[in-house]
Design a protein around this ligand. Structure first.
Ligand SMILES: Nc1ncnc2c1ncn2[C@@H]1O[C@H](COP(=O)(O)OP(=O)(O)OP(=O)(O)O)[C@@H](O)[C@H]1O
Length: 776
């Protein structure tokens, strides 16, 4: 209902754009391009973007037509308006999202701030950036896109890329750049633009499907743990439902399992803090064995390496590893060489990355299905844009089967029937394994075909572009190229367009609709049909025995019931995914606040901020107060240790005569030593600026070291607490509590290290006047 109101609003703005277009289209190229500086001036003088919208959209639409030969359809202009207003726009597959985005990007860039368009893969970002870039440049705005080889991009080039008016990027590229931008050591090294306006292409994939795994930057190697093999062995001895329980994509030990673990490892309390590592490794091994499936979640390559499979696209994720030791636990399970684990130095989830933008919008062919969740998480509304031409694709009724055998053979029969006429067929399956199997069946039937799955992603663009030609048969994983346009070959329209055959119920309806949407684009003919069965991956019934009897044909089942089981399973899977995403948000919640605090402090320091001497003394005073309160200071050696570790490499007379029963006197003495230390460090500098630079760098180092330590710990904690799940425990609550505690600890460490870095560093200024610091 509400959508209708929003559509009315879009339509009324569209009308204004169309009116302006009449005038604008009469302008010469030069006059058209000159509008940009006029709009910019008017914006500076106080007109709002909403005021400028009709003219700016009209100008960009005319420019699109003149440069690209494509005039945006009315529905594309409406989509553009929705994107400017910050909606998530559902535009049916093939309706031309790329062109729609040009108008709101142009409008928002008139502010002088950079606007970003994020797509899911580099190929699309480069292609669209290049193609649409011509129009922006014609209009006098700059546009950038990712370099073909990211390794060759130095900081200066990055700065140029991020200073463009309009930036095409990938979600991953942008995320990592955000993290790297907050790891720089000098203000001058920062390169990222302000996070002002972003449009996310394939928004459901980015905001939902990819949101579970945070982006992570790894640093130095971690000392290798020897617990993997042992815990892997332990886990193989466990029995489901007796020692552990698997539910809602989580797995945890029962009290019986915990008792077994305590006996096995010879420890009194499995959940004790001192056994954190054992607990964590058992959880990792359990997850590796119970939740992570070979050839579905990951594959073991010919080189004996574990590589992850992207569930959404079916592609192998080269170089991407599960964090917190999970990857190593899988390697242990698969008995391949355990690879090096690295410490996390920075991480962020997509949710929090995009929520940092002042204004965010998104578009996708399939986003309406998840509108409630998107509203909950991102406070964003979905609006459905009508199609340019009616969709005439025939989405045929799903066909239900008891087992995979009849399901696959029926699908093959259908392919044969269609292929005989020359009509191209795209077969979409759920896993690499399934594509291989289907390919074999087609070979048996002598049907020539292309296979597009995780193993040969390299040829993807090539194969997909041919999938709409006469006689083409293409077997693909569920990726089926979101964002790829399958053009119909000559004579194909007459044969009924592209046929999409789906085999197996997918994890969610969005992915199914994406696959269907490869056909019937822009009013093209085509049909789609799904073949599903009780043996589809998503069906994971409680009552396996009964199910097996049905699958084997030993037990009868009504059509209605069959349908109910399979579709119910998909619903449950969708709900579980929603729960994991909510959890990911909650996990990152703690980190989010701390991250913004730390990054702000960093920025302040980089921008020339520094701590005044009085502030340093105050920090030291608190450190000392804590120390004296928590330690037995009647023992002189404790004080000696503290001084040597934190204040000075020399011990003086004052300590030997100090009265150890007077805590205040001890504190006064230690503070005076700090004061003296600061003075003697300051004396080494003739130049006040250099001294401040030293203080700044020493503080930054303490902050960074502490932060890295903290997020690396939190990464591990996440896995450790997931193994504590049970009816009585709220793991998110436990995580948040422990995370908060470690944050407070960390704060203390940082403060101690600031003082320590300043007092115990060796500083010198070389001949060129550069500062050299050797930190303690
Ligand atoms: N206004 C237009 N006039 C002519 N052709 C257009 C227009 N808009 C888009 N197209 C063409 O329609 C095709 C589909 O566009 P595009 O790939 O942007 O669709 P999409 O919405 O991103 O599809 P998907 O949902 O699959 O990602 C492209 O070949 C594009 O050039």
């Amino acid at each position: 209902m509400k959508t209708r109101k929003e559509l009315r609003k879009l339509k009324s703005i569209l009308k204004k754009v169309k009116q302006k277009e009449e005038e604008v289209s009469k302008l010469s190229d030069k006059q058209l391009a000159a509008l940009t500086s006029q709009f910019k001036r008017r914006y500076q003088e106080g007109e709002t973007l909403d005021d400028l919208l009709p003219e700016a959209f009209a100008a960009m639409a005319v420019a699109d037509e003149r440069i690209l030969g494509k005039h945006p359809y009315d529905v594309q202009i409406m989509a553009g308006i929705a994107l400017h207003l910050g909606f998530l726009a559902e535009m049916s597959t093939g309706e031309g999202k790329t062109l729609s985005a040009t108008m709101p990007l142009y409008l928002n860039a008139l502010t002088g701030k950079s606007c970003v368009l994020v797509t899911t893969n580099e190929y699309l970002a480069i292609r669209d950036g290049k193609e649409m870039g011509e129009v922006y440049e014609f209009m006098g705005l700059s546009c950038s896109y990712p370099p073909a080889n990211a390794d060759e991009e130095d900081n200066e080039k990055r700065k140029i890329r991020y200073s463009a008016d309009i930036i095409y990027s990938t979600n991953t590229g942008l995320g990592f750049d955000y993290l790297f931008n907050n790891l720089v050591k000098k203000a001058d090294d920062r390169f990222l633009c302000d996070l002002y306006y972003v449009i996310i292409d394939e928004a459901d994939a980015v905001l939902l499907d990819m949101a579970i795994m945070p982006l992570v930057i790894s640093g130095v190697p971690r000392v290798q743990s020897n617990l993997y093999a042992l815990c892997d062995f332990f886990v193989t001895a466990l029995v489901q439902d007796i020692d552990y329980i698997e539910e809602e994509q989580a797995v945890w030990l029962t009290p019986k399992g915990v008792e077994f673990a305590e006996n096995f490892f010879g420890i009194p309390n499995f959940y004790g803090k001192e056994y954190f590592e054992i607990n964590r490794h058992v959880t990792l091994a359990l997850r590796a064995h119970v939740l992570l499936k070979r050839n579905k979640d990951y594959v073991v390559t010919d080189e004996n390496e574990v590589e992850l499979v992207d569930a959404g696209t079916g592609r192998l994720m080269h170089g991407v590893k599960l964090r917190g030791g999970q990857h190593q636990a899988i390697e242990s399970k698969e008995k391949v060489e355990i690879t090096q684990e690295f410490r996390t130095v920075a991480s962020i989830t997509y949710q929090n990355l995009f929520l940092m933008f002042e204004k965010m919008a998104g578009m996708s062919g399939t986003i309406l299905d998840a509108k409630d969740e998107l509203f909950d998480t991102y406070h964003k509304k979905v609006v459905r844009i009508p199609t340019n031409r009616p969709v005439i694709r025939d989405d045929r009724k799903d066909l239900y089967y008891k087992n995979a055998q009849t399901q696959f053979w029926s699908a093959v029969a259908k392919v044969l029937e269609v292929h005989k006429t020359g009509q191209p067929v795209l077969i979409v399956l759920n896993s690499v394994q399934d594509t291989d199997l289907f390919s074999k069946l087609l070979l048996q039937e002598n049907v020539p075909h292309n296979v597009l799955n995780a193993n040969n992603a390299f040829w993807e663009a090539e194969i997909i572009s041919g999938a709409g030609q006469l006689n083409a048969v293409t077997v693909a994983t569920s990726m089926a190229g979101r964002g790829t346009d399958i053009k119909l070959g000559e004579g194909v329209r007459e044969l009924g367009g592209l046929a999409v055959i789906g085999v197996g119920r997918m994890d969610n309806t969005r992915n199914e609709r994406q696959a269907r949407g490869r056909s019937g684009r822009q009013g093209d003919p085509g049909f789609s049909q799904y073949f599903v069965s009780l043996e589809d991956d998503v069906v994971n019934s409680e009552d396996n025995e009964k199910l097996e009897k049905i699958i084997d044909g030993k037990r009868r089942i009504t059509k209605h019931r069959l349908k109910k089981i399979i579709n119910g399973a998909q619903k449950i899977k969708t709900e579980y995914s929603e729960i994991s995403r909510k959890q990911a948000v909650q996990y990152d919640e703690v980190l989010k606040r701390q991250r913004s605090f730390i990054y702000e402090a960093r920025d302040g320091l980089l921008d020339g901020g520094t701590l005044a001497e009085t502030q340093l003394i105050e920090i030291a005073r608190r450190n000392i107060h804590e120390f004296v309160k928590e330690n037995d200071c009647s023992d002189r050696s404790v004080l000696t240790r503290y001084i040597l570790d934190n204040v000075s490499y020399t011990i003086d007379e004052g300590l030997t005569t100090l009265r150890l029963d007077d805590k205040e006197a001890i504190e006064r003495y230690l503070v005076s030593r700090v004061r003296r230390g600061l003075g003697s460090q300051r004396m080494k500098f003739q130049d006040r600026d250099k001294y401040e630079q030293f203080i700044r760098e020493a503080t930054l180092k303490a902050l960074d070291d502490g932060w890295v330590e903290l997020i690396d710990y939190l990464e591990q904690l996440k896995y450790a607490v997931s193994g504590r799940a049970s009816a009585q425990r709220n793991i998110i609550y436990e995580y948040q509590n422990e995370a908060y505690e470690s944050y407070l600890d960390n704060e203390k460490t940082v403060k101690r290290n600031i003082i320590r870095n300043i007092l115990l560093s060796e500083v010198s200024i070389n001949k060129k006047g550069n500062l050299n610091v050797i930190y303690p």
